[in-house]
Design a binder for this molecule. Sequence first.
Ligand SMILES: Nc1ncnc2c1ncn2[C@@H]1O[C@H](COP(=O)(O)OP(=O)(O)OP(=O)(O)O)[C@@H](O)[C@H]1O
Length: 218
Amino acid sequence: MLIAKGIHKSYGSLHVLKGVDLEISSSEIVSIVGSSGAGKSTLLHILGTLDQPDKGSLWMNDRDLSQLKGDRLADFRNESIGFIFQYHNLLPEFTALENIFIPGFIQGKNESQLKDRAGELAEILGITHRLGHKPSELSGGEQQRVAVARALINHPQVVFADEPSGNLDTTNARGLHELFFRLRDELKLAFVIVTHNEELAGMADRKVVMKDGMIVSS
Ligand SMILES: Nc1ncnc2c1ncn2[C@@H]1O[C@H](COP(=O)(O)OP(=O)(O)OP(=O)(O)O)[C@@H](O)[C@H]1O
């Protein structure tokens, strides 16, 4: 589904990614681990089209993503890819439900087109009863689950998560990880998860280990 070949990236004189090849299949959960500075987040951002490689190619379902620029790239990203970060970045002045809707509004959909999907996601994520609340009225675990629903509102095929449970306690982290597998099974999603959490990394279908800008095992 997603194929990255020969990805290189430098920041000034720092050669961060040194020829990364990676394939992600539909409905696959892949964890990316490695020591700090190995290039995990940089790779995730490139796979998610948030950043451009200096060299190499990225294909999704036989589509060459290097050919997409500007608004077309932003539309593609909004439609096909979901993102979950360590800090949920929910907008504080909006309710949980309104936050979940936002990527759908950006895509030009209205509330009535989005409400069934939001309801389905809220049900799976166990936040139905919290949808009318603002982020400050939710627990950390609930906030992160709202962020997961927001990432999924546009039916992406793949979700990129950067330390998604890094800010959660062990119980909430475990709950979130179990939800990734349930979402994968029920919605046929692929997840690519950068994590320092060994338990999550070990649960994945495949663990990719990075060292000094390269994949050393996969
Ligand atoms: N925008 C940037 N400008 C300059 N250097 C950067 C930039 N982004 C990342 N780097 C550097 O690139 C290297 C790889 O960073 P990256 O965030 O990909 O590592 P990581 O493996 O995700 O690390 P961590 O586990 O600590 O999050 C680091 O040395 C980092 O300082």
